[in-house]
Ligand binder design. Structure first.
Ligand SMILES: Cc1cc2nc3c(=O)[nH]c(=O)nc-3n(C[C@H](O)[C@H](O)[C@H](O)COP(=O)(O)O)c2cc1C
Length: 320
């Protein structure tokens, strides 16, 4: 590990560490209005949501690194105490980046970025039509930390009204593939969330056995990853020996269409993600039985078939 205390680093070095390590960050595209009625639009990735009752979001229009001057967004928030925050999708990311350019205060950044202003219902700043998720906000508090370049001005806001495109929903939740959000990382890097979307099942709560209760021979396997063991830990109970025996009896008797025995077949089933046939094939292979069963278990875990995974994983206990 490398070890740093911020006091020994330059501000740009600290900034670079935060940008690289605290990532990916959601992007708030903040629309504000000056007391003279000039629209401003800028992205901020020092941003997140902090509570739902009331709904609280916060972002930081920091002092400029170059000369510690205050940004137009900050000045507008102080003057008018309102903003609209919209989330940024892949289809608008280049225009959003354009809105981050330092245009003179009297320039309307809706015009400069080509994004479309539409009226809000409860606040003066405009909404951005292109974003499918918009929040009309009032500023509750602005907390400043330091007066040097890149110091934080945390604008804490309450959401007064959400506007959400109706086609984003699947089964009542906002679908990560449909919303297609982007996030900010270090340097010029962004991340497109939907290209890396995956599922982590919520812990089943107090009832789950936990990582420490996963049997030792499973924890010591060279095949399972820490994530695999985490999935085992998120189970309510461990099948007993009778259940494991029954599982194998059924598997042996089961007629599987086109089933072939042998290691070649095992490898083919592995490519096809067919862990049931993998396990059945393993039963007729003499060498490396423990390892091959665990490979089949890993495949079952990837498919979230916990019942299969447990029973097969427990069966290797006595195999050397
Ligand atoms: C994706 C992205 C994220 C940004 N995040 C921040 C941020 O969190 N805080 C900040 O002060 N500036 C951030 N910036 C830079 C501001 O958008 C930029 O300084 C902008 O010119 C400020 O505009 P204003 O003076 O009109 O408020 C970010 C820029 C981009 C492109």
């Amino acid at each position: 590990m490398l070890h740093y205390e911020p006091i020994n680093l330059s501000v740009p070095e600290v900034h670079r560490l935060l940008l690289g390590g605290v990532a990916p960050r959601p992007i708030a595209l903040a629309s504000t209005i000056s007391k003279d009625g000039i629209n401003n639009l800028s992205p901020f990735s020092f941003f997140n949501a902090f509570g739902a009752n009331p709904p609280i979001v916060a972002f930081s229009p920091s002092r400029r690194g170059r000369d510690a001057s205050l940004k137009d967004t900050y000045n507008n928030l102080i003057e008018t105490k309102e903003c609209v925050i919209q989330l940024v999708t892949y289809s608008m990311v280049e225009q959003v980046s354009l809105a981050s350019a330092e245009f003179p205060s009297e320039e309307d950044e809706f015009v400069k970025s080509g994004l479309t202003p539409i009226d809000s219902d409860l606040v003066k700043p405009k909404r951005v039509k292109e974003s499918p998720f918009q929040m009309e906000c009032k500023v509750l508090e602005i907390k400043s930390f330091g007066e040097g370049g890149a110091s934080a001005n945390l604008a804490i806001c309450e959401v007064l009204k959400f506007h959400v495109a109706e086609d984003l929903f699947t089964n009542g939740i906002i679908d990560p593939i449909k919303i297609d959000l982007v996030a900010r990382m270090s340097g010029d890097f962004y991340s497109r969330a939907k290209e890396g979307v995956f599922v982590v099942k919520k812990p089943i709560g107090k009832k789950c056995i936990g990582y420490d209760e996963v049997p030792e021979h499973i924890r010591n396997s060279e095949i399972y990853s820490a994530n695999d063991l985490g999935k085992f830990g998120n189970s309510e109970s461990i099948p007993d020996e009778t259940e494991v025996k029954l599982f194998y009896q059924k598997l042996l008797q089961e007629k599987m269409e086109g089933f072939e025995e042998g290691y070649e077949a095992f490898l083919r089933y592995q490519r096809l993600n067919d862990y049931r046939k993998m396990l059945k094939a393993v039963l007729n292979i003499t060498g490396n039985r423990k390892r091959n069963i665990e490979i089949a278990v890993k495949c079952a875990l990837q498919n979230n078939d916990m019942d299969f995974a447990w029973k097969a994983a427990l069966s290797v206990k006595h195999i050397k």
